[in-house]
Design a protein around this ligand. Structure first.
Ligand SMILES: Cc1ncc(COP(=O)(O)O)c(C=O)c1O
Length: 390
C-alpha cells in the first residue's frame, strides 16, 4: 500500500485503492480481463511473465491491492476459496514432521482440515482453549511452526485475544495466522493486533452478494509470497470474473458492514427479551462472555447472531420451517438474511458432545443478518418464534 493510501479513510480505500489511474477515455470501472495468458515470455522479459494461475491477471492484482490497502499490509493474495487460503497458508509454513497449535473453536471445514487432513500428511495439530495463555505456551513444541486462530468464531461468536499468540509467535519465530472472516477488515485489522497472516473467506462479507467463492490472505510480502508459490503449484487461483465481482463488492463493504452491525445489534437485543429464547449469543450484548474484549478490539460487533431456542432441535426445526423472509441456507455475509443450524451444516461432522463443548447444542440457530428493513425481519422472526414453541 502506498503512503498516500494509508492516510485515506477505509471507505475511500475500498472504492479507489487498486484501480488503474484515471486516463481520458479509459473506463471508470476496471474492465474484466478474461485472458488466461498475456504477451511475453522471451528471455529478456521472463521476470514479467503474466499468467492467471500466478495471480497476476489485472483483476486479481487490483483486488489484491485493494485488500492490502484495507488491511494495511504490504501485500495480499486472492485465492479461489477461503479454504484454499487457509490450507495454503498453513502449508506454506509447516511440512512433514512439523506441528501446528490451534483453537478448538473453528469453522467446520477448518476443523476437519486440522483434525484429519494435516495429520494424514504428517503435520501434527494440537487443539487448545485459546482464551488461556498457559495452554498456548504448554502446547508449543520444538517443531511448532504455526499458531492459528479464528475470531470471532463460527458459530459461537467467541472473541479471543490475538495479542497472546501473536507475542508467542514473535518470540519463537512462528507464523501466526488469523481467520477473521466474521469481522471483515471493517470491524478489525488483525495485523494491528499482531497477526502475520490475515485470512478471509471473501465469499462472505467481502463479496457481500452471495454470488462468488473466494479467499484472501494478507501480510508481509514474504508471507504472501510463500502462499503464492504454493498457489502456483497446487493451482487454486481465482478466475478473473470472480476477482472482478469481488472488486465490485468491496466498494460497498464499509457501508454494508455498518448496516450489518447496526441491524444485528438491534435484533440481538430484541431476541434477548423473547421468552422463547434460551440464550442469545452476540458479542455486542453485555451478557456475552467476551463482550469486554470485543468492545476493546472490534470497531463493530458484526452481522452474525446466534440464538438457542427453548425446546431444542424440534423448536429450531419449527422456527426454520416458519420463516419466510429469512432464507434457510448455509453461508453468511450477504445482503439477504440467511439462517442455518450448524448441526446440519458446518458442524455436521461433530458429535453432539463435541458441539456442546463449544457451545453449539441442538436448538442452536445461526443467523446471518442481512440488509433488509429491520421491522420486516422482526415480523418474520416473531411468527417463527411463536411457531417454535407450539
Ligand atoms: C470462518 C470461516 N472461514 C473460512 C470459511 C471457508 O470459506 P470458503 O467457503 O470461501 O472456502 C468459512 C465458510 O463458511 C468460514 O465461515
Amino acid at each position: 500500500m502506498s503512503e498516500n493510501e494509508i492516510e485515506l479513510g477505509l471507505s475511500t480505500r475500498a472504492i479507489h485503492a487498486g484501480s488503474p489511474p484515471p486516463a481520458p477515455g479509459a473506463p471508470v470501472v476496471p474492465p474484466l480481463v478474461m485472458s488466461s495468458t498475456f504477451y511475453g515470455g522471451q528471455a529478456d522479459e521472463s521476470a514479467a511473465l503474466r499468467y492467471t494461475r500466478y495471480g497476476n491477471n489485472p483483476n486479481q492484482e487490483q483486488v489484491a491491492a485493494k485488500m492490502a490497502a484495507l488491511e494495511g499490509t504490504e501485500a495480499s493474495l486472492l485465492l479461489s476459496s477461503g479454504m484454499a487460503a487457509i490450507a495454503l497458508t498453513v502449508l506454506s509454513a509447516a511440512e512433514v514432521g512439523d506441528h501446528v497449535v490451534t483453537s478448538r473453536y473453528l469453522y467446520g471445514a477448518t476443523h476437519q482440515l486440522f483434525r484429519q487432513e494435516l495429520p494424514r500428511r504428517g503435520i501434527e495439530v494440537t487443539f487448545i482453549e485459546p482464551g488461556n495463555e498457559a495452554e498456548w505456551k504448554a502446547a508449543l513444541r520444538e517443531r511448532t511452526r504455526v499458531l492459528y486462530l479464528e475470531v470471532p468464531t463460527n458459530p459461537g461468536l467467541r472473541m479471543f485475544d490475538p495479542r497472546v499468540p501473536a507475542a508467542l509467535a514473535d518470540e519463537h519465530g512462528l507464523l501466526f495466522a488469523v481467520d477473521t472472516t466474521f469481522a471483515s477488515p471493517v470491524n478489525v485489522r488483525m495485523t494491528e493486533l499482531g497477526a502475520h497472516a490475515v485470512i478471509h473467506s471473501a465469499t462472505k462479507y467481502l463479496g457481500g452478494h452471495t454470488d462468488l467463492i473466494g479467499g484472501v490472505i494478507s501480510g508481509s510480502r514474504e508471507v504472501v509470497g510463500g502462499v503464492r508459490d504454493l498457489m502456483k503449484l497446487y493451482g487454486p487461483a481465482p478466475d478473473p470474473h470472480m476477482a472482478w465481482l469481488l472488486d465490485r463488492g468491496l466498494r460497498t463493504v464499509v457501508v454494508r458492514m455498518a448496516r450489518h452491525n447496526q441491524t444485528a445489534m438491534a435484533l440481538a437485543t430484541w431476541f434477548d427479551e423473547r421468552p422463547e429464547v434460551e440464550a442469545t449469543i452476540y458479542p455486542g450484548l453485555e451478557g456475552h462472555p467476551d463482550h469486554a474484549l470485543a468492545r476493546e478490539l472490534l470497531d463493530g460487533y458484526g452481522g452474525m447472531l446466534s440464538v438457542v431456542l427453548k425446546g431444542g432441535g424440534e423448536a429450531a426445526d419449527a422456527f426454520a420451517e416458519t420463516v419466510s423472509l429469512a432464507l434457510i441456507a448455509p453461508s453468511l455475509g450477504g445482503v439477504e438474511t440467511l439462517i442455518s443450524q450448524p448441526r446440519y451444516t458446518s458442524h455436521r461432522h461433530q458429535t453432539l458432545e463435541e458441539r456442546e463443548a463449544i457451545g453449539v447444542p441442538d436448538g442452536f440457530l445461526r443467523i446471518s443478518v442481512g440488509l433488509e428493513d429491520i421491522d420486516d425481519l422482526m415480523a418474520d422472526f416473531d411468527g417463527a418464534l411463536r411457531a417454535s414453541q407450539r
